[in-house]
Write a protein that binds this ligand. Structure first.
Ligand code: APR
Length: 231
């Protein structure tokens, strides 16, 4: 048993498995998004340049599906802990906004962007939380808006990455939830915590590519694992 009360600077590092119990499909494994859709056709800049409407409609299908999904008890446990301690941060690979829906407003870093934002390459970022995109095109220049997501081949946002690394380097407890640990550079983040002497926990029903790195492993779904350690 771990005495979690002795830790102050806590990072929750979440991946698609964090949202699985909310009904959001993961990317890999059974029923994964990339088993159904070829990311080269739907989730990279080249695909968007060739056929923006096809890429946008794929993201619109995902938005519609997400609209019906709600945060689970695990998301709420994290949001409640953040209310008690402002040194708790979430670094997430998820683009679904589920942590925010659960009430996590501050100290949340979306490494891979958000499906609820669109951006024009010239003008600005548009937030759009509706089921359907309000528009596919920038109201100023008429260019197609691109989902504000890190696609395959994109670089991460420098500011988000720097801030995440700064916090991870300084945390004393690092809890990784529901990530396969195969997508870089995010897959390298647990090692940063480990190298800085944080106690590292993995919550995942399956082994990940980096499981051997963790001090404690909880082979359970996110909501059960979180309840077990924080109740
Ligand atoms: N609770 C916890 N973990 C779970 C659960 C659950 N209920 N269900 C599944 N998992 C685990 C799986 O065992 C797997 O290890 O979640 C992980 C999901 O892995 P991926 O689908 O690869 O998701 P992720 O690691 O977040 O992917 C990283 O890849 O395609 C890109 O940009 C996309 O952000 C994504 C990135």
């Amino acid at each position: 048993m771990i005495d979690f009360k002795k830790y102050k600077k806590i990072i929750f590092f979440t991946g698609a498995g964090m949202s699985a119990e909310s009904g959001v499909p993961t990317y890999r494994g059974q029923g994964g998004v990339w088993a159904k859709y070829n990311f080269r056709e739907y989730a990279c800049q080249d695909a968007f340049d060739i056929n923006p409407e096809k890429v946008l409609s794929f993201h619109e299908i995902r938005r519609k599906a997400l609209f019906k999904c709600h945060p689970h008890r695990g998301h709420k446990i994290i949001a409640d802990l953040q209310k008690q301690n402002n040194e708790i941060s979430i670094v997430t690979q998820n683009i679904d906004g589920m942590h925010q829906k659960a009430g996590s407003i501050n100290n949340i870093f979306e490494l891979h962007g958000s499906i609820w934002r669109l951006r024009c390459s010239i003008h600005r970022i548009y937030e759009d939380f509706k089921k359907q995109y309000k528009t596919y095109k920038c109201e100023k220049c008429g260019n197609y808006l691109r989902p504000d997501i890190i696609w395959f081949g994109d670089s991460l946002d420098h500011n988000v990455t720097e801030k995440s690394i700064e916090l991870i380097s300084d945390c004393d407890l690092f809890i990784s939830i529901g990530t396969s640990g195969v997508v870089w550079p995010a897959a390298g983040f647990p090692e940063i915590a480990k190298n800085n002497n944080a106690f590292c926990v993995e919550i995942n029903p399956e082994p990940s590519a980096i499981s051997e790195l963790y001090d404690k492993i909880i082979r359970k779904p996110a909501s059960i694992g979180l309840k077990e350690i924080f109740s």
